[in-house]
Design a protein around this ligand. Structure first.
Ligand code: SF4
Length: 414
């Protein structure tokens, strides 16, 4: 194959991979970079995406599909069988060569690899695994590998993916079974969740073995994640939050990613014509944080939604919840436990930890809170400090209007 041909295919397959949001590599540990060659880094390049690790490091990943040929016909997907896109395909060895060449130039720190379904799910899974195996076994590749796993493949193959990859993921695609049946007729939620369950068990068992035997094999040490498409079906935010919470509980997922549906060329008639506001995706990520880091139960986040089950777009879900449940406020920042402070709109976990540390030595005043937050105006109705008490402010009928940002034209070309 000529270099030009490889570049053309890279352009097609990197572009085809951009619809998958689940490439962030949170949960990975710092990689030993002693084997990395070359200096410097670049933000240029086809197929290079940036993800953030929990320690704030930015990780560059080569993100591409092995192929955008697919025998499935998911309505929302540009690569579906009936789509008229340019097709391309790499062999496993070509993906290995590309990865190593980018890695040695220090352009990337890892690989995110997914694929359309070629021939069969098991055949495709074998090819994906082969890429990871060659990288790890033949090239001693220590970079990060995230493999998209195909739930319909032989469970043995799905399990093998975890032996080579740092992270594995299976997309649940849509929040409801009805949505999946309508928009992804070749997929089945029982199969998807069955495969997620098997991965979850294997991850747990490997962690357990590693505690007991230092040489026990690694299995997806950065865990598993999934992605849900938002706005392609009629599911409400409350339904999406409920689904995400069930998935976190059942499969100990590291992350649920939300990807706002974007209309595709020659879209199927069953799809909406417009993409949902990007702010909707953002509000869902905020609700996810409320459940993961702020102690909110799923039903509490759902209660922040409006009567139609949708989270407000103009205010964040924590403020929406606080405005609905004003009986929980004001919270005394000098006395309240951490759990109560976590409920205060505009107060983040770092600010709360700083306040808890400071109040051991002195009384907290409003200006102390102001120094730790972006806007003390948003907090004042919900807190009591040594020199501040909101009196009737918390219960004012126009409080929402006072706190919501001024309306602006958010999506001129949406
Ligand atoms: S299985 Fe569905 S979502 Fe995945 S590439 Fe094929 S058509 Fe697209």
């Amino acid at each position: 194959m000529s270099l030009q041909t490889v570049m053309e295919r890279l352009a097609i397959l990197a572009d085809a991979a951009k619809y998958d949001a689940s490439c962030a590599s949170s949960g990975t540990t710092k990689r030993d970079s002693r084997d990395g060659k070359g200096l410097g880094s670049t933000t240029e390049g086809m197929g290079i995406c940036h993800a953030y690790a929990p320690d704030g490091r930015c990780i560059s990943l080569l993100k591409l599909l092995l192929t955008n040929h697919c025998v499935f016909d998911c309505h929302y997907c540009i690569n579906r069988k009936s789509s008229n896109v340019r097709r391309a395909r790499f062999t496993p060895q070509e993906v290995v060569d590309l990865t190593l060449s980018f890695y040695r130039r220090n352009y990337i720190e890892g690989l995110f690899l997914s694929s359309g379904i070629i021939k069969s799910s098991s055949h495709t899974m074998e090819q994906l695994i082969e890429v990871a195996r060659i990288l790890r076994e033949e090239h001693n590749f220590r970079g990060y590998i995230h493999l998209k796993t195909i739930p319909e493949a032989d469970p043995e193959l799905v399990a093998q993916a975890g032996l080579w990859a740092d992270r594995v993921s299976i997309n649940v695609e849509l929040p409801t079974d009805a949505g999946l049946a309508r928009l992804a007729p070749d997929k089945n939620s029982a199969t998807i969740e069955g495969a997620m369950g098997s991965l979850s068990t294997a991850i747990d068992e490997a962690r357990d073995s590693q505690k007991r035997f230092t040489k026990a094999p690694r299995f997806a040490p950065a865990g598993q994640s999934t992605q849900m498409i938002v706005g392609a079906d009629g599911a409400s935010d409350a339904q999406i939050v409920g689904k995400a919470s069930t998935l976190y509980d059942r499969f100990a997922l590291r992350r649920v990613y939300y990807s706002a549906f974007s209309p595709i060329p020659e879209a199927s008639a069953v799809l909406p014509l417009k993409r949902p506001p990007l702010m909707r995706e953002h509000r869902l990520y905020q609700s996810d944080w409320l459940m993961r880091f702020y102690g909110f139960a799923p039903h509490e986040v759902q209660a922040a939604a409006d009567a139609d089950g949708m989270l407000p777009l103009d205010i964040d879900p924590k403020l929406a919840w606080a405005l609905k449940f004003r009986e929980s406020f004001p919270v005394d920042v000098n006395r309240a436990p951490r759990e109560a402070l976590l409920r205060v709109p505009g107060l983040g976990t770092k600010a709360i930890d700083a306040l808890l540390a400071a109040r051991r030595y002195r009384s907290i005043r409003l200006e102390d809170v102001a120094r730790l937050t972006v806007s003390v105006k948003k907090l004042r109705p919900f807190i009591v400090t040594a020199d501040w008490r909101p009196t009737l402010l918390t219960d004012r009928a126009d409080l929402r209007a006072r706190l919501a940002p001024k309306a602006e034209q958010m999506e001129l070309f949406g």
